[in-house]
Design a binder for this molecule. Structure first.
Ligand code: ADP
Length: 155
């Protein structure tokens, strides 16, 4: 028995568990995808955030439920409007890397008031520019699941 305060043990756990261990499969769409297709994809895949990628799976943008709702209220033709016009675009995307702690990633969700982060592998291209390959999704659901598992003593 270590004699540590329980809160301290939980804190250590939250810093130990890495984003890569709890991440989900990302749902990605291409930039030319229409707003209509994005709404359908959100329903079919049952996610609240879509990641917009170009060839190779590299992150270009992000679209949330409210982005799509706002656009449908705007009266534009959602069958013709591509996501590239309405998405939040790089470099303004908050992301996580697989080796960072779930605590750090959770703090980003709170600080930036967003529901999900793309989990990315950052690579430097030959010309020195950075590209971000989308390898996962980290959302409030992942935190809730971890919370439940911690409560059950599973983790
Ligand atoms: P919603 O707006 O549907 O409640 P969010 O709170 O996650 O969902 O998104 C709020 C706004 O922030 C949206 O305009 C969305 O495009 C953008 N956004 C969502 N996730 C991120 C992120 N990881 N990085 C930067 N912007 C994001």
């Amino acid at each position: 028995h270590s004699g540590k305060k329980p809160g301290r043990v939980l804190a250590e756990k939250l810093h130990q568990v890495k984003v890569g261990e709890v991440k989900s499969v990302p749902v990605v769409v291409p930039e030319k995808c229409t707003v209509y297709d994005a709404v359908v994809t959100m329903f079919i895949e049952d996610v609240g955030t879509l990641f917009v990628v170009r060839e190779g799976g590299f992150l270009e943008g992000i679209v949330s439920r409210k982005d799509l709702l706002k656009t449908t209220l705007g009266g534009q033709d959602i069958h013709k409007l591509p996501l590239g016009v309405i998405m939040t675009r790089m470099p303004n995307i908050i992301y996580a890397e697989p080796d960072e702690s779930v605590w750090e990633a959770a703090r980003k969700l709170i600080n930036h008031e967003v529901d999900a982060l793309p989990v990315v592998k950052a690579n430097a291209q030959e010309d020195g520019a950075m590209v971000f390959e989308v390898i996962g999704r980290f959302s409030k659901t992942n935190i809730t699941r971890l919370f439940v598992e911690l409560g059950e003593g599973d983790y």
